[in-house]
Design a protein around this ligand. Structure first.
Ligand code: IMP
Length: 191
């Protein structure tokens, strides 16, 4: 059994699409975990590890992975980074986070940014960290309705449309999480 320590429906769908029939992935809900897992680290690596270890230890799962993703904007010194989900303050949604980002980037010439996903895989006492990165730029206004989070304002390198204007397959093929997942599959020797 492999547990993905998330209840994010978008991520589960993405990962199940990437894995196909290769492996059955259980969510936190599937294993009956309703804990509010504290994400108290100040790095993506730290938070991914906390989540994976929590589920492995409390639920006795022998293989658990957890991800943490940040949007790192060069002109903002790497912000919002590990704080991407809470950029507009606690309880705010993606629209508010994007609105703050566009405000901070108003008139800024260097719009380069990257999404970075870290996946922590815990197997017994063993911890493995893998990473996936996609470089791109921040658009001046949101475009597209697909995807989630900052997708409407992120234009991946080599493309002229945002992640939110791409199909799920197109995004998965080049995305940070898709790349981190590919590394995870190598580690697990699934594909
Ligand atoms: P998490 O650590 O994966 O929960 O992501 C932290 C923040 O980054 C959340 O606010 C998400 O909206 C955003 N985020 C994560 N992955 C993506 C993505 O693929 N596209 C756009 N935003 C994302």
């Amino acid at each position: 059994m492999i547990v993905f320590a998330t209840n994010n429906a978008h991520k589960l769908q993405e990962i199940r699409q990437i894995l196909g029939d290769g492996a059955k992935v259980m969510s936190l809900e599937d294993i009956g975990c309703r804990d509010d897992i504290p994400e108290t680290a100040d790095t993506l690596e730290g938070n991914a590890e906390i989540k994976a270890r929590w589920v492995a230890e409390k639920y006795g799962a022998d293989m658990v992975f957890a991800d943490d993703t940040g949007l790192e904007v060069a002109a903002l010194g790497g912000a919002p980074g590990v704080y991407s989900a809470r950029y507009a303050g606690p309880g705010h949604d993606s629209a508010a986070n994007m609105a703050r980002l566009l405000r901070e980037m108003d008139g800024v010439a260097d719009r380069s940014a990257r999404f970075r996903t870290v996946i922590a895989l815990v197997r017994g006492a063993e911890l493995t960290l893998v990473e996936g990165v996609v470089n791109g730029t921040i658009a001046t206004e949101p475009h597209g309705t697909d995807g989630f989070g900052y997708d409407p304002v992120f234009v991946p390198e080599g493309h002229s449309v945002t992640f939110a204007q791409m199909s799920a397959d197109e995004k998965n093929a080049i995305s940070h999480r898709g790349r981190a997942m590919a590394r995870l599959l190598e580690v697990l020797s699934i594909k």
